[in-house]
Design a protein around this ligand. Structure first.
Ligand SMILES: Cc1cc2nc3c(=O)[nH]c(=O)nc-3n(C[C@H](O)[C@H](O)[C@H](O)COP(=O)(O)OP(=O)(O)OC[C@H]3O[C@@H](n4cnc5c(N)ncnc54)[C@H](O)[C@@H]3O)c2cc1C
Length: 360
């Protein structure tokens, strides 16, 4: 229903993240493990790689930074020239005659992955209890469900995505954090569009904000997706229109963004360059930076949309970039499980277990 079933399905290669960050630690091996698991499970993995292209000549030096980061993180990356770029993405554009090639990036169908994962976990005796939004903490180490059933635990892991900060607050931890939901909307290439993409094509991202920019992604079923945007959502589960809108939260969200924009150059840049990409002409202009021949007749809105559980640090007045793991009473809280948490999930889970102070 939420991020894991609604994401782009890219198994990221570990290029963007500053060496030493938790994202850098878990992405490369997480991608290898998830890919290997999908192959064992006979779930389709599209080995299509990814090209990162500078949309303006001034962004070309960022390729060297990304190359350096990727190599430091253990990813397989190389700089390619115009001719290699043209062979990989005939319809794409590099503004400087150079681009970054990541052969190991691949694509899966996220919904199939998590459905299979659930099946395997159920076979091992794991029980899923769904649609319990009104549970409460009863006495120590016990949760009370809405039908008065009780669940006792020795240690609780809060991995509740878009609601993770609210759950953490119930345990008295992470009060300085709140979630700011950023919606990712997609378009898709019409089947008769005279353009073809057999690899992912990404712009050079603004590394000071946690979004990768509108990109082109082939998928397992042949659809080519364009997106996702990163625009403020009106609620944590506001996937389409006004459904799931939380007016009070939205007002607070816009207040936080404006406050941050007052002091922060990078937030002003985000607002100028990405916040309004939900408008069709802005979206098209963003995509045309990397595929100049793309025009509105080639694309149609996709039903697919997801919302990033982006954490905001109220004390520091900034968007948090790395994954955050907080310790609470007999509990561990994973907040800011943004991209690449899907790619990294197996490795991240091991890291969480390793770092958890169990008090059993
Ligand atoms: C548009 C978009 C594109 C993305 N693309 C990629 C990508 O290509 N590659 C990549 O690696 N990552 C990508 N990501 C990020 C990735 O999807 C997430 O990082 C990851 O899925 C997070 O997983 P999760 O289990 O933490 O959250 P979720 O999948 O959201 O799961 C949280 C679960 O907690 C449940 N829950 C909520 N509240 C409660 C409660 N009170 N009690 C009990 N349960 C509760 C929810 O129902 C849900 O099932 C993308 C994200 C978005 C939004």
């Amino acid at each position: 229903m939420h991020s894991s079933g609604r994401n782009s399905g890219i198994l990221h290669a570990g290029i963007y993240y500053p060496p030493g960050s938790l994202k850098a630690k878990v992405c490369v091996s997480g991608a290898r493990r998830l890919r290997a698991w999908c192959e064992v499970e006979k779930l389709t993995v599209l080995s299509c790689g990814k090209v990162i292209t500078p949309q303006q000549p001034s962004l070309d030096p960022q390729l060297d930074l990304l190359l350096e980061r990727g190599m430091a993180n253990g990813a397989n990356v190389e700089i390619i020239d115009q001719q290699q770029f043209n062979e990989l993405v005939p319809d794409g554009r590099t503004s400087s005659g150079r681009a970054l090639w990541s052969p190991d990036t691949c694509v899966v169908k996220p919904l199939l992955v998590i459905q299979r994962l659930k099946k395997r976990l159920v076979e091992r005796g794991v029980r899923f209890i769904m649609s319990e939004d009104s549970w409460s903490l009863a006495k120590k180490n016990q949760i009370l469900l809405s039908d008065k059933a009780k669940i006792s635990y020795s240690h609780l892991f809060n991995c509740s995505g878009l609601q993770a900060d609210r759950v953490a607050h119930k345990f008295g931890v992470g009060q300085e954090y709140t979630m700011l939901p950023f919606r990712g909307g997609y378009y898709q290439l019409k089947p008769n569009a005279p353009l073809a993409f057999r690899t992912n094509l990404y712009p050079v991202p603004d590394l000071e904000v946690p979004f990768l920019g509108v990109h082109i992604s082939p998928s397992v079923d042949g659809t080519v997706y364009i997106g996702p945007t990163a625009t403020p959502a009106l609620g944590r589960e506001n996937y389409q229109g006004l459904k799931g809108a939380e007016p009070f939260m939205a007002l607070k969200f816009l207040g936080s963004l404006s406050k941050q924009a007052l002091f922060d150059r990078k937030m002003r840049r985000y607002i100028k360059e990405q916040a309004f990409d939900w408008m069709p002409h802005r979206f098209l202009a963003a995509a045309q930076q990397i595929v100049p021949a793309l025009c509105k007749e080639h694309i149609e809105p996709s039903l697919k949309s997801g919302i990033r559980p982006q954490l905001y640090d109220r004390k520091k007045n900034e968007l948090v970039q790395d994954f955050v793991m907080l310790s609470g009473p007999s509990s561990t809280h994973i907040v800011n499980a943004i991209s690449p948490a899907f790619t990294a999930s197996f490795e991240l889970a091991d890291h969480i277990l390793e770092k958890t102070q169990f008090n059993l």
